[in-house]
Every structure is written in C-alpha cells, then in structure tokens.
Write a protein that binds this ligand. Sequence first.
Ligand SMILES: [Zn+2]
Length: 124
Amino acid sequence: MNGGSRISWRDRYPDEVTCVRCLKVYDQVRLDRMLWCEDCRFRARERAARYGWFGGLAFGAACATYVWFAIRPTDLIVGAWTATLVTAVWIGQKVAREFIYGGMRFRNARAVDAVPPSLDHDIE
Ligand SMILES: [Zn+2]
C-alpha cells in the first residue's frame, strides 16, 4: 500500500536520471524502473548468458553422470543420449541464465558497471 497514490513511478524522478549501474545520466525513458539503462541491461544479459553456460554444463554433466552410472546406456543408444544431454545443457543454460539475471536484478548492486575515475586503489 502506498496511500492509494496512482502516480507513475516515473513521476518520482526528474527527466535526467542516473543509471544505478554505470552512473551515467540518461533521459528517464531510457531507464527501466530499476534505474538500469539499456546498455547495462544488455551487459547484464550478456554476463548472465556467459555464466548460464557454466550452469548448463554443470547440469549436463550431472545428467551425464546419472545416465552413465544409473541407466548404463549401451553403445547402440549412446548417440541418442548424447543428443538428449546436449538438449539438457541447452535448457540448463537458459534456465541458469534467467536465474542469474533475476539474481542480478534482485541484488541490484550499485555502480557495478561504473568506471571509477581512479584505479589506484580498490573500491569496496
Ligand atoms: Zn547503465
């Protein structure tokens, strides 16, 4: 409940808004309601996709281990299982990617894509 106010979230912000991830200032229409700019959303998606492959491969490896030891495929159907595992990796990657992206959105870490003016010392 917010007091029944019907004001759009955009009305709370001025026209020029600072992206929380890269700290660049954009016109508010280019930011979503998490105050992420298009570039940052794109970067986050790419990063999620990259980590998603690790998740997918881990999932595929787990499936492969299960198939290998629990189902013990014969030579005849190993090809079919391989196709199934490739599919498992593919789907696992997609699911992992969504989870990772969702996690980034949830954490909504500030200024992670910002370029600090000085790199002399580490920033918290
Ligand atoms: Zn940004």
